[in-house]
Design a binder for this molecule. Structure first.
Ligand code: KG4
Ligand code: ZN
Length: 355
């Protein structure tokens, strides 16, 4: 990464084209920033879920090949004939993700950068998720460093400390299953379809507290790491013993879903409480697929209000929780405003990129 010669001071309007293809979503966005104001002018996402469903997971080569026609179609639709006039800079996901999938977005972005002569910045997908919260105007107004982020998805459960200078420190991570995986695996044992998180959440709405009792893994551990495989095992053991009875009784299915959800929420909320206490942060960001969970949002907010009255709680808007390019453009803005950009000829993907 190098410092740019382009003038990108905060006062100048800046239009950033965001491009994201790290997994099975092809996404592009146009973000306009002017002083404190930010406007998502376009946010296009096409999902390949129906293509991968029949294989029971994302097939990398199929994902990559499907990104190509989608990328061409989305770019021509959103940029139009005077394409090089539509943006001032490009932000593209360079990792982590599936390398062949990342390649499609990255090479498209590099080509546009070279042909237009506009600056390009390669963005970390996880920083993009963090920036999804910053797309919300109220969150932006309360954005303060050091900032704690709980990022919880099907592949990640992390407590990150974001600092003023743009660097990150990982305070805690998962030792085995991610929080979303814990929802998905428990749901699978209960015979519910994938993805299991929303299914468990739906059943849990009618569940009663305290009918079942599952372990809260790692709550006795002083550290900030998570571990959810013990929960999965406990659900399996319970299901082997009582599954037939639970299956036949709707109320018991609701009750078990309630307990699965509460066990996961308890762990996430308590580890976040400890991280706030230790790191002394002013704001807490909640991002990733699991952040769609209503009970997690509600209980996290309540925990912060009770224990840390001055600390801001900044969950992402629902519209930007799943993979999209507006969040990539937003993270790009952070770098561009610091005068950073990449050389399009040498910018490379990194499937294992870390923060
Ligand atoms: O971030 P995401 O869309 O994809 C990646 O994993 O990258 O996260 C998907 C995960 C899945 O495990 C899904 O079950 C979970 O988020 N999820 C939920 C809810 N909605 C999605 N988990 C709990 N409650 C929800 N409402
Ligand atoms: Zn993602």
């Amino acid at each position: 990464m190098s410092s740019m010669t382009h003038d990108m001071t905060n006062a100048q309007p800046l239009r950033v084209l965001g491009i994201e293809t790290s997994c099975d979503e092809t996404a592009i966005a146009l973000l306009r920033v002017e002083g404190e104001r930010l406007h998502v002018e376009q946010n296009l996402v096409t999902s390949q879920i129906s293509i991968h469903e029949r294989y029971g997971g994302v097939v990398p080569e199929i994902a990559a090949r499907s990104h190509v026609p989608e990328m061409i179609s989305l770019l021509s639709k959103s940029l139009g004939d005077s394409w090089s006039e539509a943006f001032d800079a490009i932000a593209v996901t360079r990792g982590p993700g599936l390398s062949m999938a990342l390649l499609v977005g990255l090479e498209s972005a590099k080509l546009l950068a070279v042909l237009s002569g506009k600056p390009i910045i390669g963005v970390n997908h996880l920083e993009g998720h963090l920036a999804s919260s910053w797309l919300n105007a109220e969150n932006r107004a309360r954005w303060q460093f050091p900032l704690l982020a709980l990022s919880v998805s099907g592949g990640h459960s992390e407590l990150l400390l974001a600092k003023q200078d743009g660097s990150y420190e990982i305070l805690g991570g998962t030792r085995d299953d991610a929080a979303g995986e814990a929802f998905d695996k428990a749901a699978k044992i209960m015979g519910l379809p994938y993805p299991g998180g929303p299914q468990i959440a739906k059943l849990a709405e009618r569940g009663r507290v305290g009918v079942f009792s599952l372990p809260r893994p790692m709550l006795t551990d002083e550290g900030l790491d998570f571990s959810f495989s013990g929960l999965k095992t406990a659900v399996r053991v319970l299901w082997e013993k009582e599954g037939e009875r639970i299956k036949a009784d709707d109320q018991r299915r609701y009750d078990l879903a309630k307990e699965v959800q509460q066990a996961i929420v308890d762990v996430l909320v308590e580890k976040t409480r400890r991280a706030i206490e230790r790191a002394g942060v002013q704001a807490v960001v909640l991002v990733g697929g699991v952040s769609a969970n209503e009970e997690l949002r509600r209980q996290m907010r309540a925990m912060i209000e009770v224990n840390f009255p001055g600390v801001a709680f900044l969950p992402s808007d629902r519209a930007y929780i799943t993979d999209n390019a507006a969040m990539i453009a937003a993270a790009g803005v952070w770098h561009l405003q610091r005068g950073e950009s990449h050389d399009p000829l040498t910018l490379d993907l990194d499937p294992e990129l870390s923060l």
